[in-house]
Design a protein. Structure first.
Length: 272
């Protein structure tokens, strides 16, 4: 078993390393109980739990996401255009199922429907873009429809009574319910934060830069005081030159900083 397929439960009674699938299933089942959307409440759907846990576990593997990306399309028109001239039921099944899976995870776990297309990351939403950008309800409708199409083509390539066929039908019917469970997982067990906007990132970076600048100025001022005390004691010209260079560095970061060497007294001049 690969390292990325294992996890250690820090709250567990033992230090036993377990498959990451167990972690996904544990979080999923707790989330179902905590949201009141328990398994088998409306119909038998423990098989859906197994499917979703395996799906979430697949996203740990970058190779899976890379393989799936060739079947993903951001818009309905792209999906239908790819399938318009195809008679291959397996290809249709794969495309519909893959897009539905990514919509389920993108909306439920990442709260970002644009993540359905890893090749085209989300851009800041301008007023013009928002006007034509699908609503969350539209994305939910797409997810339900894609699972319904995947279910239909699954019947053609699998036994109609196959477990995967039944699961796809249940995912289509209960899409919103499973989104609510995954949204709970996102906040309670995955601790994923909402994506920062560009403006928030800018202000965050600026505040970090300002804090760093203040620390740099404070460090330079400490060095300045040490050198000034040394120069007052020794009168060394090399130390004086270091102070002058240091004053220039401090003023570059803090223009309000001012310093002039004290004028030499008459006694000092006579002594020289």
């Amino acid at each position: 078993m690969r390292a990325l397929d294992r996890y250690l439960d820090l709250k567990g009674a033992t230090r036993e390393v377990k498959p990451t699938y167990h972690f996904m299933m544990k979080c999923l089942l707790y989330s179902r109980m905590e949201t009141g959307l328990v398994s088998n409440k409306d119909y038998y759907d423990e098989d859906v739990n197994v499917y979703i846990a395996h799906l979430l576990n697949s996203f740990i593997d970058p190779a899976y996401v890379q393989r799936a990306s060739r079947y993903l399309s951001k818009f309905d028109t792209e999906v239908f255009r790819r399938l318009a001239d195809s008679e291959d039921s397996r290809l249709k099944y794969t495309i519909y199922k893959t897009n539905a899976d990514f919509l389920l995870v993108s909306l439920g776990i990442f709260n970002n429907a644009s993540a359905v297309d890893p090749q085209h990351p989300a851009k800041p939403a301008t007023a013009h873009r928002r006007l034509f950008h699908p609503s969350e309800e539209a994305y939910v409708g797409r997810g339900k429809t894609y699972y319904r199409f995947a279910y239909t083509y699954s019947q053609q390539i699998h036994n109609p009574q196959a477990a995967i066929t039944e699961v796809l039908e249940k995912l289509s019917v209960g899409f919103e319910k499973y989104l609510r469970v995954l949204a709970h997982m996102r906040g309670e067990y995955f601790d994923l934060m909402d994506r920062l906007t560009r403006g928030e990132v800018y202000h965050l970076e600026r505040s970090i830069d300002e804090a760093k600048k203040r620390n740099d100025v404070r460090d330079l001022q400490d060095r300045f005081l040490d050198l000034f005390i040394e120069w007052k004691r020794s009168g060394d010209e090399k130390t004086k030159a270091k102070i002058e260079r240091l004053v220039t560095e401090i003023q570059a970061l803090d223009p309000s900083f001012a310093f002039e060497f004290p004028a030499e007294s008459a006694e000092t001049k006579e002594a020289c």
